[in-house]
Design a protein around this ligand. Structure first.
Ligand code: GLU
Length: 307
């Protein structure tokens, strides 16, 4: 497709094809409130570098962002303390489920990457130390970058997760025992569950991720990250952003992406656009079935990929 053509026809075609594809997966149920989501929902948005947004289906309907927020907290911490973060968290794919404990013991409490839960807890702990309000800092950033001042946490989702958060609590306490968490664990968990509970639409999240396609430049033209740091985040998204299915996602979609158990996925075409797709039915590894399918169709139809 040409640089100037609209993404609308391709989005309309993808939505038609997805509507005809019956497989949808099942919503996450380990956070009870998320199990109520309707797997037939589907939305997709593409944001251009200048902020123009195209969308189809439920693209303006808010959903639970969950792990997609991990990209934004990582960007904020890197913008504030740079390379120092990588002393506390690695950047290799884990090959394990997102909430796994086993690798942490072998690797002395240093999580493999910032997108598994253990790594995200480390990043949120850093953001909390740096700002005193990690979740609030994230929300301010998302509001500014999406242009939507109404973005908010869903306290019901945060409470539902807190009520079933033993696994995340175990990860945080375990890392604290290695000295890799600086603040008190209960406060960190409260911040993390609020962070994950952000309700945002495909339009909001595609727009908010725009700085990753603009090589680190925020919506208002100021610099959040160096070009090199934006590249680094995109690289970690490509290799670690879709749980233990990142290889398959790279194979099918060919873009840096980050999924969440709410059924959303953001993806980046550096220098061109950002995407967000949402459909709450997940596959066995936690990625939205229709979401991955739609992104696969997008890169196939447009030829836009990093490869
Ligand atoms: N809040 C979820 C958890 O910590 C996020 C998981 C995800 O979206 O991958 O379990």
């Amino acid at each position: 497709m040409t640089e100037s053509s609209s993404f609308q026809p391709v989005l309309d075609r993808i939505a038609e094809e997805i509507a005809a594809a019956p497989a949808r997966g099942r919503p996450a149920d380990y956070i009870p409130v998320l199990a109520e989501a309707d797997p037939s929902r589907f939305g997709m948005a593409v944001a251009e570098l200048d902020g123009t947004v195209y969308g189809v289906g439920d693209w303006r309907r808010p959903f639970s962002a969950q792990s997609i927020t991990k990209v934004f907290t990582l960007a904020l911490v890197l913008s504030m303390e740079g390379e120092a973060l990588w002393r506390n968290v690695g950047r290799e794919p884990s090959g394990n489920p997102f909430n796994s404990l086993v690798q942490l013991e072998y690797e002395n409490g240093i999580p493999r990457n910032p997108f598994i839960n253990a790594g995200a807890l480390v990043v949120t702990d850093r953001l909390q130390s740096l700002t005193g309000d990690a979740a609030g800092c994230l929300l301010d950033f998302l509001r500014a970058e999406s242009g939507n001042p109404e973005l908010a946490f869903d306290e019901t989702v945060a409470a539902s997760e807190a009520g079933h958060g033993d696994r995340n609590a175990a990860l945080a306490h375990f890392m604290a025992s290695y000295g890799n968490i600086s603040g008190p664990v209960p406060g960190l968990l409260a911040q993390y569950f609020r962070q994950c509970s952000v309700e945002a639409s495909c339009a909001d999240l595609a727009s908010a991720a725009g700085f990753l396609a603009r090589h680190g430049i925020r919506a208002d033209g100021t610099t959040l990250l160096t070009r090199s740091q934006a590249k680094q985040i995109n690289a970690v998204m490509l290799t670690c952003g879709t749980y233990d299915a990142a290889g398959d996602f790279a194979y099918r979609v060919g873009l840096p992406g980050k999924s969440g158990v709410g059924g959303g996925i953001i993806a980046v075409v550096p220098g061109r656009c950002t995407l967000c797709v949402w459909s709450p039915g997940l596959d066995a590894r936690g990625n939205s079935v229709a979401g991955v399918d739609a992104l696969d169709r997008f890169t196939t139809l447009t030829g836009l990929s990093v490869f």
